[in-house]
Design a protein around this ligand. Structure first.
Ligand code: NDP
Ligand code: MG
Length: 392
C-alpha cells in the first residue's frame, strides 16, 4: 500500500531531501499534500514532478502568481493560508506528515498533525522547543507516532530498541550525548565573530541547510534548541545530556546505558538518511547516497564546547531548567535576532545578547495551552523587535 505523505515546507532544504526519498520509492509513498510559503517557482516544479492531490500556499499574497502558473493538466485542489495546513493534517488521505516548515511558523501544523493522531516526522524542532510538553501529552492521548528527523535525535532513536516509543523514558539510560559540528566559526575568536557576515554564517562546513538553521549552527543555538528538543523526545532532564563538538559530523549522537555500553549511529552528513529512516520505520529503505568510508575519513575529533565564545548553549540550559514559558521566549527572541542578522540589522554576536536580554527582562507568564504559547511568542517577538530597533 502506498502511504500518503503531507509535506509541509516542501520548498525548503528538508522538503527537497524528503522529495528525493519519495521519488526513490514510488511504490511506497505518494505526495498527498504539499505546502510552500512563497517559493512559487519551486512549488510549480514540484507539482509538475509529483502531481500532488492538494497544494497549499500559506502566504496568500502569492495566490495569483501560483494560480496563473499551475500546469494545465493539474486536477488537484489549491488552498491558501495556514488554516489549510490544519485541515490537511487531519485528512484521511494523509498517513504521514513531514513537518519541515522552519521556525515557530511550523508549530500549529505540527501540533495539528499530532492531535490528528498521525505518524508525524518532526524536522521543525522549534515546535518541540516551544510546546514539547503539550505535544508529547497530545501524542500519547491521540495515538500519534512521533519520529525525529533532526539527525542527532534520529541517531539516538536508532540506538534504542525498536519497541521504544518517543516521549517515554529510556530503560537503563545513563546519558545522551549530542554531537555538534562546531559550525563555521568553531576556530574563530570573538573579535572576528563580531564582524561575521550572513554569507559567512550560512556557510556550514558539513551540512547544506536553510539559512535559519545554518545561522543557529554558527551561534550553537541550534545545539541549545536540540538540547531542549531531546528533553521532550526522550523524557530526560538537560543534566542527562552532554554536548560534544565533533567537527567531522559523522557520529550523529550517542546513547550511554548504565552498564557502560555506548551506542552511536554514524553516516555521511546527508539528511536523506534520517528522513528515509523515519518514513520507512520500522523497515529500512534503500538509498543511493555517498557511502561512509572510515578509511577516507581517517580520524575523528572531539572537543568540549567553548561557552565563552558560544553562550547560546548555556542560555538554552537555563531556559529548560527554569521551564514554563522560558523556552518559548528563547526561541522567539532567537528567531527574530537571526532574521535581523540576516537582514544586516544586527551583528552576529548580538544574536545571543538579544536572547539573553529577553530571557532576563521578559516576565514569566503562565502557559498551559497552545494559545498561551502563541500569545507569549507574539509578545516576545514584539519586545525583541524593539530591542533591534533601538540598536539598528
Ligand atoms: P528552509 O529555510 O530551507 O525551508 C523552510 C520551509 O518552510 C520552506 O518550504 C518555506 O517555504 C517554509 N516556510 C517559511 N516560512 C513559512 C511560514 N511563515 N509559514 C509556512 N511555511 C513557511 O528550512 P530547512 O529545510 O533548512 O529547515 C526546516 C526545519 O527543519 C527547521 O525547523 C530546521 O531547524 C529543521 N532542520 C533542518 C535541517 C536541514 O538540514 N536543513 C536539519 C535538521 C533540522 P517557501 O520557501 O516557499 O517560502
Ligand atoms: Mg541537528
Amino acid at each position: 500500500m502506498s502511504l500518503g505523505v503531507a509535506l509541509f515546507g516542501a520548498t525548503g532544504s528538508i522538503g527537497e531531501s524528503t522529495l528525493s526519498v519519495i521519488k526513490a520509492h514510488p511504490q511506497r509513498f505518494h505526495l498527498a499534500v504539499v505546502s510552500a510559503h512563497s517559493s512559487v517557482d519551486r512549488l510549480v516544479s514540484i507539482i509538475e514532478d509529483f502531481d500532488p492531490k492538494h497544494v497549499i500556499l500559506t502566504n496568500a499574497a502569492y495566490a495569483e502568481q501560483l494560480l496563473g502558473r499551475l500546469p494545465p493538466d493539474f486536477k488537484g485542489s489549491v488552498a491558501f493560508g495556514e488554516a489549510s495546513l490544519i485541515e490537511a493534517a487531519g485528512s484521511s488521505e494523509v498517513d504521514v506528515v513531514m513537518a519541515a516548515i522552519v521556525g515557530g511558523a511550523g508549530l500549529i501544523s505540527t501540533y495539528a498533525a499530532v492531535c490528528a493522531g498521525k505518524k508525524v516526522c518532526i524536522a521543525n524542532k522549534e515546535s518541540l522547543v516551544m510546546a514539547g510538553g503539550l505535544m508529547m501529552t497530545r501524542a500519547k492521548d491521540q495515538g500519534a507516532v512521533i519520529l525525529p528527523i533532526d539527525s542527532e535525535h534520529n541517531a539516538m532513536f536508532q540506538c534504542l530498541p525498536e519497541s521504544y516509543v518517543i516521549g517515554e523514558q529510556i530503560s537503563g539510560l545513563k546519558q545522551l550525548t549530542l554531537t555538534c559540528s562546531g559550525g563555521p566559526f568553531r576556530t574563530w575568536d570573538v573579535e572576528r565573530m563580531e564582524q561575521a557576515t550572513p554569507l559567512e554564517a550560512i556557510a556550514h562546513p558539513n551540512w547544506s541547510m536553510g539559512p535559519k538553521v545554518s545561522v543557529d549552527s554558527a551561534t550553537l543555538m541550534n545545539k541549545g534548541l536540540e538540547l531542549i528538543e531531546a528533553t521532550h523526545l526522550f523524557s530526560v532532564s538537560d543534566q542527562q545530556i552532554e554536548v560534544v563538538v565533533h567537527p567531522e559530523s559523522v557520529i550523529h549522537s550517542l546513547v550511554e546505558f548504565v552498564d557502560g555500553s555506548v551506542l552511536s549511529q554514524m553516516g555521511s552528513p546527508d539528511m536523506r538518511i534520517p528522513i528515509a529512516q523515519a518514513l520507512g520505520f520500522p523497515e529500512r529503505l534503500e538509498l543511493d547516497i555517498e557511502r561512509l568510508s572510515l578509511t577516507a575519513i581517517g580520524k575523528f575529533h572531539f572537543e568540549p564546547v567553548d561557552h565563552k565564545r558560544f553562550p547560546a548553549l548555556h542560555l538554552a540550559r537555563e531556559a529548560i531548567s527554569e521551564g514554563g514559558d522560558r523556552p518559548v521566549v528563547l526561541n522567539a527572541a532567537n528567531e527574530l535576532a537571526v532574521d535581523a542578522f540576516l537582514q544586516g540589522h544586527l551583528k552576529f554576536t548580538q544574536i545571543t545578547s538579544l536572547v539573553s536580554d529577553c530571557l532576563n527582562h521578559i516576565k514569566s507568564q503562565p502557559m498551559s495551552s497552545i494559545e498561551d504559547v502563541l500569545e507569549i511568542d507574539k509578545m516576545c517577538r514584539r519586545q525583541a523587535f524593539e530591542w533591534v530597533r533601538e540598536r539598528a
